[in-house]
Each structure stands twice: as C-alpha cells, then as structure tokens.
Design a protein around this ligand. Structure first.
Ligand code: AMP
Length: 388
C-alpha cells in the first residue's frame, strides 16, 4: 500500500521506517517546498500534490499546521485519516477548546482575545497570572506569553497586537487567554482507534519541558486511577471526532485529577518511547489504523524513558551501549529536535541506574532539563507519597 504523509519531518521518517516490514510504502509531501520527498533519505521525488494524492492509497499528516486548501484537496480524495476536521481542530486552539467543551472534557478556563478590550475582559474573568496563546501556528511554546500582573498589561498587549498585525494568517489568527494551572505534573496519553471503533491505548507518560520544548518523557510505573481517568477522556474525544489513527492528548495533573491541555491528531513526541518500550510502537499502530490493518498491542513491555536531542549535539558511543539512539537526518539549529534517545530496562530500579549513568555523559548546556533532575520523583504516575 502507498501512504502519503503531509509533512516531511521526523514523524514521517519514523512512520516510513515502521511501515517497511508491513510493505507499506511511505512518501512525504513537504508543505513548504511543495515537493514530494522520500521521508528517510530526503531525496526529492518530484513536484505536485495532485499526483501524490492520486498514487496514494491512504493519506495522513505528521503535523497540524497545514493550509486549508491542501487539507480540502486531501479530504476530497476520500483517503485522508484522521481527516480534515481532526487536523483543523488540532491546529486551531479555538476549535480545540470548543471540541473539549462540547465533549464535556475538563480543560483550563479561557477567553478569546482579538482586541485590548477582550484582554481586559479576560483579566476580569481569569485573573492573574494567565497564559496567552496564539490560536494558530503555536507549537513548542512558540506564540505564547505569560501575564503575571496589572503593570505588564500594556506591554504585553503591545507585543500581542504587533504579533496579530503581522500574522501570516491575517484575520484568522487570534489569541486564547487561559487561566494559569498550577499543575503537579504534565502527562500525555497516546492511543490508536481504527475505523471499527476499536482502541489500543498506551500507558500514560510523564513529560518534562524546558523553554516550551519537550525534553524528557518517562513511562515507568503505572497509576491505575490516573490511567483510567485519561482513557475515559481519550475515548470521549476520539469518538467525538470519529477518529482513525494515533491521537495524543496532553494533560495537566492537579491533585490527582486530570484536565486536558491540548490534543495532537497524530503520532507524538511523548510516544517515542513506544519504539523500544511497547509491543507495537505508535508509528506502526498509526499505519495499521489508517490502512485498515488489525491494530497491534499497545502493551508496555518494560519501563522506558525518552530524551530529546535538541540543537547541535553529539552523542558518545558510551551512550549507544546503554540506550537506543534515533537520529532524524536533520542539520542542527538551536531549539531544533534532531534526534532522541530511548532508555529501556527490565525494572524501574535498572532504568533509574541507567538513566543516572547517562546524564553525566550529556553536556549540561545541551540538556538543561536533565541535570539535577531527581529521576525517582519523576518515575511517577505514582502518587507523590508513594515514591520509593
Ligand atoms: P502548549 O503549547 O499549550 O502545550 O504549552 C506549552 C507549555 O506551557 C505546556 O507544556 C505547559 O508547561 C505550559 N502551559 C500551557 N498552558 C498552561 C496553563 N494554562 N497553565 C500553566 N502552564 C501552562
């Protein structure tokens, strides 16, 4: 089968690698250049989305920020999963919030901002501090502001107003003000749903960010109560969207209760540990779901962690003896994810040991969130008082 992926980055690459044993031939469409690309070698295969669509049996996407024209063209082919609607919702925080509210899923209170009067209303409704996020094109912490006190209102509005005036999205762009959530932890749930409505859901993963970029995901010990809460919300959202493929949901945990931060209608960085830590990884399960093949087991086979490689970083051979290294064939730039490391061990204690052996081998400046981390406190999804 031929699978066309909108987007030619690392997620398309890892889909291609996972699809090869199933004879799934993955090509990618680079939405920026308009080129068809081989997702592993990055060879240009030619121009033209139309012929790419024609040759594809199935179409999917590796990110949400795709022009509505391209999405409409793919949707018209009848081959697009999870489809135009899910991608549009994932790429627009306004639509995402409306979906969560309609589905009755808990999320941070918010207010939509187009003018300075709207910002005043948001302050009355939500108070300080608040987070302001661009509705479109927001990822890895881009297009975000924190407003802590009244004295910052004018300068923040000036910045936001300039951002809105210069937005390539024009009038479609706006800002969502969100109440600040004092969360205990950030976690995410990744799962697959197929066209028959069957699910395979992975274990809840804890995520640690630095400067808006995911640095570390840990999937070690399980908290049944949290897992169940997350799965209930996951199923409500996936069914609401009549979703086919892998869906990722990011949550805040506050006093043992989850609320949704955002959804990603695609394979997700916090699910990369499944490559070595689960029976069937998220990339293969996404392909299985969209190609109408049986879903594979999402069962976790061993405690796992995933470290993102961000910027111009070299990884020593010693690390390769301890863990799996995945490169993305990308030239390094500050803040750019160019690879990741998966660390997996038979037991949680062994995972801690290996993780603690790896940290000193990573440069402090290049892995800012990892040095000084108390890994035991993060091998959680246990309640706080249950730490070993
Ligand atoms: P997002 O792009 O929405 O995932 O936001 C990036 C990061 O900002 C999240 O991973 C959180 O660490 C933080 N964040 C986002 N929204 C909120 C919120 N409402 N309250 C507190 N922190 C937030």
């Amino acid at each position: 089968m031929n699978v066309l992926v909108l987007g030619a980055g690392q997620l398309a690459r890892m889909m291609a690698l996972a699809g090869a044993p199933l004879d799934l031939n993955v090509t990618a469409f680079d939405v920026t250049s308009g080129n068809m690309i081989h997702p592993v070698t990055q060879t240009i295969l030619g121009k033209g989305l139309e012929s790419g669509i024609e040759h594809a049996d199935v179409i999917t996407a590796e990110f949400e920020h795709i022009s509505p024209d391209v999405l409409a063209l793919c949707e018209d082919s009848g081959k697009f999963f999870p489809g135009e609607n899910a991608i549009l919702i994932g790429g627009d925080r306004r639509k995402e919030k409306a979906l969560l509210d309609n589905a009755g899923v808990k999320n941070a209170r918010y207010h939509i901002i187009n003018t300075s009067e709207d910002l005043d209303s948001a302050i009355k409704k939500l108070g300080f501090p608040m987070i302001l996020k661009s509705a479109l094109d927001g990822y890895d912490g881009k297009g975000q502001w924190r407003l802590k006190r009244q004295e910052e209102v004018t300068s923040t509005w000036n910045e936001i107003n300039a951002f809105l005036q210069h937005s390539p999205q024009g009038k479609r762009q706006c800002i969502i003000a969100e109440e600040f959530i004092s969360f205990d932890r950030e976690v995410s749930l990744i799962g697959a749903r197929n066209a028959k409505g069957e699910f395979e859901i992975y274990s809840l993963t804890e995520n640690i960010h630095h400067e808006g970029i995911l640095r570390l995901s840990i999937c070690a010990t399980e908290n049944e109560a949290l897992q169940n809460q997350a799965e209930v919300m996951f199923k409500v959202i996936a069914e609401n969207l009549n979703y086919v493929g892998i869906l990722a949901i990011e949550f805040f945990e506050v006093n043992g209760a989850l609320m949704v931060n955002e959804i990603a209608p695609r394979v997700h960085n916090s699910g990369h540990w499944t490559q070595q830590g689960a029976e069937v990884c998220q990339f293969e399960n996404h392909l299985r779901a969209i190609c109408g093949l049986p879903l594979g087991s999402a069962k976790q086979i061993r405690p796992s962690a995933m470290i993102n490689i961000v910027g111009d970083v070299k990884i020593s051979e010693h690390i390769m003896r301890l863990a799996h290294v995945h490169w993305y064939n990308k030239s390094p730039r500050p803040g750019r994810k160019i690879g990741h490391i998966t660390v997996c061990e038979k037991t949680t204690e062994q995972l801690i040991e290996t993780f603690e052996a790896i940290i000193p081998l990573l440069e402090k400046e290049q892995f800012p969130a990892l040095h000084g981390i108390k890994i035991r406190e993060h091998l959680t999804l246990k309640k706080k008082d249950e730490h070993p």
